[in-house]
Design a protein around this ligand. Structure first.
Ligand code: CUA
Length: 177
């Protein structure tokens, strides 16, 4: 079968581009650990106080593992915080360096988003659904967590602050608790 020279070049180029995209997909999944968040279950958004989201907050599961339950609603994240970032008055959570944290979230009203800077944590928060992601915070410092799904008038106010405390200071804060 005769294939025109230019047509053959375009066939080869198109196939090469698809191959490059597929290779990039494999590298992002296998090397950088980028995965789509999986749906974790359902809750009744009108009766969250009868679910695991009745008492949002951080739970110490031992062995430097934590779970945090967060309810997103217009226009705040409720993580049971009793402390607020003095810089922007956003709710604040503290974990020790190296902690593995699993985030469980749902929405009390409309669709929100959740992204943690310098991490792979990035998902939608949909009423009726539980979203989950796990991340290990090996780097100490401050991480901003934001709603990245436009959700109305005060969308830009919807954020939280996570402080990852350097290992040396854990014993001091744990002793206070
Ligand atoms: Cu919630 Cu944007």
């Amino acid at each position: 079968m005769h294939v025109d020279r230019y047509e053959r070049m375009y066939i080869i180029a198109a196939t090469a581009v698809l191959g490059a995209f597929f290779a990039a997909l494999l590298v992002s999944a296998l090397v950088f650990g980028v995965h789509l968040p999986e749906p974790q279950g359902f809750v009744n958004p009108l009766a969250l106080n009868e679910t695991v989201f009745a008492n949002p907050g951080l739970r110490d599961m031992g062995s430097n593992r934590y779970e945090v339950y967060i309810v997103a609603q217009m226009w705040q994240f409720n993580a049971g915080s009793t402390e607020f970032d003095p810089a922007d008055n956003s709710p604040l959570l503290r974990i020790p360096q190296g902690a593995q944290v699993t985030f469980y979230m749902t929405s009390a009203d409309i669709t929100h988003g959740f992204i943690i800077e310098r991490s792979n944590v990035n998902f939608e928060v949909v009423p009726g659904h539980i979203s989950r992601a796990t991340h290990t915070f090996n780097e100490a410092g401050m991480f901003k967590m934001m709603c990245h799904e436009y959700c109305g008038l005060l969308h830009q106010n919807m954020h939280m602050t996570l402080i990852v405390e350097p290992v040396g200071t854990i014993s001091a804060s744990a002793a206070e608790a």
